[in-house]
Design a protein around this ligand. Structure first.
Ligand SMILES: *Cc1c(COP(=O)(O)O)cnc(C)c1O
Length: 350
């Protein structure tokens, strides 16, 4: 199988960890793994003296945890709703009864930052939730601008970096971000199943709420003191996470991986240009390429790739709009092959 979806093609050494016997988790060995992973994660995202919580659960679980434990302690939230993932922040706020302003940004467009600033001056939220990269369109938001506005109005900033972590440069401390969330099946390029919360050191001793038993920050943090989780962890994926993080650190940190992702994205975007596919995102992230083909709602390209070539790309919300992830292992040769297959299938579309 050729995977251009999340998590993409895995490094064989990491995949192999998943085939090994599953260790018991209530041991010093597992505690050590957990603590080491935390330190490596904090280093990769530049969150000095912060904390992580690693949950068994998908990225949305971690997003929910943020609302239950943290956003619910605030007076008013503002959400950047630039697509289905931004909208999820809005839905979560509504679900938990957090007063929320839905700041809608049109599909694949960047934020009008001065308009946002004006709106914030009027609304005066005390927490802002956004995505770094809105994966539904491929649009990257400017965290430096968002952070500047948040600092001006003393707003706590929470960022879903699920699809930008390790694909885009990201310095949590420099941007003054209070909480980031990510999950394992995107930039980390290991199986889905774990999500990660990064808490900045400013939130040490913060009086979090207790609105969800499984996701409770305090329970999870106190167990983590001894490297443990309150409930059964997806042990194998914790081991794959640890192995992957060690790999990244051995390669000198996040920069090498980010550079690889950038090169793949640039290669594929050049091919999009050659084949005449537009990339609608105003400021596209390198994590994925979202591109417009002549395909219809029938998804001829998606089905053809799967049936003829055992190859998977991600359909988007609009007919003919597809997304190719650049976060799994892929060579430029793979991308050239993929593009020519898409082109061949597109020529059968009417
Ligand atoms: C993938 C993704 C999520 C979470 O999705 P899950 O399916 O719950 O892991 C959230 N936000 C963004 C931006 C994503 O790309």
């Amino acid at each position: 199988m050729n995977s251009f979806v999340f998590p993409g093609n895995l490094d064989p050494a990491i995949a192999q960890v998943g085939a090994e016997p599953i260790p018991y988790m209530r041991t010093d060995f597992f505690s050590q793994i957990n603590k080491e992973s935390e330190q490596m994660l904090l280093e990769l995202i530049h969150c000095k003296e912060g904390k992580t919580i690693i949950y068994t659960g998908s990225g949305t679980g971690a997003m929910s945890a943020v609302i239950e434990n943290y956003a619910s302690t605030k007076r008013k939230a503002l959400v950047i709703d630039g697509g289905s993932f931004g909208h999820r922040w809005f839905q979560l706020c509504e679900y938990y009864g957090v007063p929320v302003v839905d700041y809608v940004v049109p599909f694949a467009e960047d934020i009008d930052y001065s308009n946002l600033e004006t709106r914030i001056e009027i609304e005066r939220p005390d927490i802002l939730l956004c995505q770094h990269h809105e994966t539904s369109s491929g649009q990257l938001f400017n965290l430096a601008e968002i952070s500047r506005i948040c600092q001006r109005f003393n707003i706590s900033l929470v960022v879903d970096v699920i699809s930008s972590f390790l694909a885009e440069e990201l310095d949590m401390d420099a941007l003054g971000i209070d909480i980031c969330v990510t999950s394992t099946q995107k930039g980390l390029n290991i199986p889905p199943g774990l999500s990660i919360i990064f808490l900045s050191k400013r939130l040490k001793d913060y009086p979090f709420n207790h609105n969800g038993y499984y996701w409770d920050f305090e329970t999870n943090l106190s167990n983590l003191e001894r490297g443990q989780t309150p409930f059964s962890p997806a042990t194998t994926i914790y081991l794959q996470l640890h192995a992957r993080l060690k790999q990244l650190m051995a390669e000198g940190g996040e920069h090498n991986n980010i550079e690889l992702v950038h090169q793949r994205a640039q290669c594929f975007r050049k091919l999009c240009k050659e084949y005449g596919w537009g990339v609608p995102a105003q400021t596209p992230s390198y994590a994925i390429t979202g591109f417009q083909t002549r395909d219809s709602a029938e998804r001829i390209i998606f089905k053809g790739l799967a049936e003829k070539y055992d190859t998977f790309i991600m359909p988007g919300g609009n007919p003919g709009f597809y997304r190719v992830s650049h976060m799994g292992l892929q060579t430029e040769e793979d991308l050239r092959t993929l593009a020519s297959q898409i082109y061949e299938l597109e020529s059968t579309c009417r």
